[in-house]
Write a protein that binds this ligand. Sequence first.
Ligand code: BES
Ligand code: MN
Ligand code: ZN
Length: 490
Amino acid sequence: MTDLVAVDFTATDLDRIAAAEGRVAVLITPDGKLDQGARRVNRLTKGALARFVESKPFEKLSEGAAQVLAYPTGLAAEAVIVVKLSRRPDTETARKAGAALARNMGEGALLALAGNTQRCADIAYGLMLTAYDFTDHKTGEAAEKTRGAVTVMASKPEEVAEAAETLRAVAEGVFFTRDLVNAPANVLTTTEFAARVADMEKLGLIVEVLEEKELEELGMRALLAVGQGSESPSRVAVMEWRGGGDEAPLALVGKGVVFDTGGISIKPSAGMEEMTMDMGGAGVVSGVMRAVARRKARANVVGLIGLVENMPDGRAQRPGDVVVSMKGDTIEVINTDAEGRLVLADVLWYAQERFKPSGVIDLATLTGAIIVGLGNENTGVFSNDDAFCVAFLKAAAAESEGAWRMPMGPAYDKLIKSRIADIKNSAGRPAGSITAAQFLGRFVKDDMPWIHLDIAGTALVKEDTALAPKGATGWGVRALDRLIRDRYES
Ligand code: BES
Ligand code: MN
Ligand code: ZN
């Protein structure tokens, strides 16, 4: 797994500044008043810091943003990073400041003088999340890109270190997800995915990997039909975290299509390489399970992921085929490219039958239509339970992860009626994300609180975002971890 940057917290010692190697960071409040640490840096650099703080560029700097002053006199460090930040920043701005440090820290060590700034753990969290470099498949210099250790001098280092430890556990979950989503499909096969998940047993998770014979016996014909054209065998991985006594668990269900060619309804070649991310839902579920295990959450959470590859082949399913789901409902496969819902139908049903959860949340890179509707800024949120849904939206907002509720309703069901089977898997263009959600809703039991998250637009992005470089974002790990903390652990 991609390593997180090391972060240590220690009491302020001004005498260490002059000789510190790498870079030194100072936090300056918007009013430009220098605290103790900044005054020392200013004195050592013969007033360079004050000159910058009194300049127009400092005035124009937004809160949480940084400016690098390179090769200062009077310091061993190669640069001073100046971050504009008030003493009591809100969570989002504190994390933004951390992100600015990550983007400007270079390859050596970083000494950050936080003084008595509040939310130091969130500054570190923003730094950890943003300092992510996926170099698994680089060679040469790029492969050796390193980041030095970070030391934060703060007024209550023990307190801050404890808060940062919990956040570090979640950041590790985010990195786990990003590594999975960024991985190419010839590396991250169904069996490799299952192996990475099984490896989390050493964190105290109970992991079980169901093989095709067992899936057959369970009647998961809809899921198996998607994978039958692939050389990689289909799998369902079940991860359990039991930290909450005998309470019914929260169930997380993820779409894990390691590559989606579309199958016989093959996709156009332009952009098809992006479909290595079609296991994004399963990636987020796995990342959340890692986070709850790493921070020893006092809650019961189960994660179930359907791992398949959607390939065209002599054995692949055809458009027009009818498959029988584990639930027993028959599905007419109009379009083999609407495969995610076939996978989820069976895993959703199995999750409910086996675990009798108190609620179910599924995540999937399910529809291109959600990108048409919401772009890359918001995940589409669908739910049959207002209170559950509002709790999730609150958690997502607290983590600044974009989430927007979409409508559902029985009126849409007529679009997925089949002439020859109980239901069909594709309804065409109108309301494409909603008809996909309606399809899934058919495999959710009456009165089961359920949320469906369509992350097709948010799992992977082409530009840097607030706390992630371009590529896999890990969207949802933070929101779901927060939901678990706020709703299941209090
Ligand atoms: N994996 C795709 C959805 C997707 C598209 C994810 C773009 C990420 C980026 C999904 O399996 C799919 O192909 N959906 C079809 C459904 C249609 C055939 C009803 C789509 O969105 O076109
Ligand atoms: Mn598809
Ligand atoms: Zn897909």
